[in-house]
Write a protein that binds this ligand. Structure first.
Ligand code: MF3
Ligand code: CO
Ligand code: CO
Length: 275
């Protein structure tokens, strides 16, 4: 049976129980998530054809250092970079390297900063130069999936309402939802209970309660949903090599619905596309 815990007094490890955070925690998350969003805003001016993902990674590291934050992915389970950079058919966990971005690429940048012990986790898609209409449509569908998932967050509903909203919209647009990765509880821990599936039924899962904090981060493919992880142990790609996209926000459940902690302060949540 799943139980809910007062995050203030619970042990700091993933016990499978769901933490409920107080207002002080929400304030901490606002700060960490705002820094993550500001970094993703800054990247808009950096990402263009010819720039390497290592350059992006270095910017994310230095922007964190300049603002008193540590990237959570650094040395996380053997990962050695400050960000994940997932290009075209890479679904998630792309590792920054020295290959330049090319005109027409779509790239997801996923940043998690730790500020005062709180984790702010978000990602956005960036078009590189001019992208094809099919790619642009995938970005639109994926962003709409995130918004519909967020709109399903309210106390009393079940976690499954999020996945149900995402899946029905994505599949109605002839796209598919990746099953192998999910959103997650987040706060003092980077990856905590509960798992947030991006597919399923509205009656699945635990009931949402005010004080819960988690990410929603749908990965949507133009082709089939199946993925494989490359021999580097991290890079997940679509098996059919179709394009994949992802947007991620960190949200907190409130009495009224939810608060999006990782919103862009400048309204740049979908780079290259109309706000
Ligand atoms: N930020 C990713 C997420 O949204 C996790 C990346 S873990 C890494 O949960 F080790 F791959 F960086
Ligand atoms: Co996440
Ligand atoms: Co993330």
């Amino acid at each position: 049976m799943t139980t809910y815990l007062d995050a203030e007094t619970a042990p700091l490890r993933n016990t499978g129980q769901i933490r409920l955070y107080n207002e002080e925690a929400f304030a901490g998350m606002r700060k960490a998530c705002n820094l993550t969003a500001r970094c993703l805003d800054e990247l808009i001016d950096i990402i263009r054809p010819g720039v390497t993902t290592n350059t992006i990674d270095r910017f994310v590291f230095e922007f964190g250092m300049d603002n008193g934050a540590l990237p959570a992915t650094l040395n996380y389970r053997g990962y050695t970079k400050s960000t994940c950079t997932s290009i075209n058919h890479v679904v998630c966990h792309g590792i920054p390297d020295d290959k330049p971005l090319r005109d027409g690429d779509i790239v997801n940048i996923d940043v998690t900063y730790i500020v005062d012990g709180w984790h702010g986790d978000a990602s956005r898609m960036y078009p590189v130069g001019n992208i094809k209409r099919a790619a642009e449509r995938l970005l639109e569908v994926t962003y709409e999936c995130l918004l519909r998932g967020i709109a399903a967050v309210k106390p009393g509903s079940r976690i499954g309402a999020i996945g149900a909203a995402i899946q029905s919209y994505a599949e109605g647009e002839r796209c598919s939802v990746v099953r192998d990765f999910c959103g997650h509880g987040v706060g003092r821990l980077f990856h905590d209970a509960p798992n947030i599936l991006h597919y399923g039924n509205a009656t699945d899962g635990v009931e949402m309660r005010p004080g819960m904090i988690f990410t929603i981060e749908p990965m949507i493919n133009l082709g089939r949903p199946h993925v494989k992880v490359l021999s580097d142990g991290w890079t997940a790609v679509t098996r059919d090599r179709s394009l994949s996209a992802q947007y991620e926000h960190t949200v907190g459940v409130t009495e009224a619905g939810c608060e999006i902690f990782t919103l862009s302060p400048r309204g740049l949540d979908r780079p290259g596309l109309p706000a």
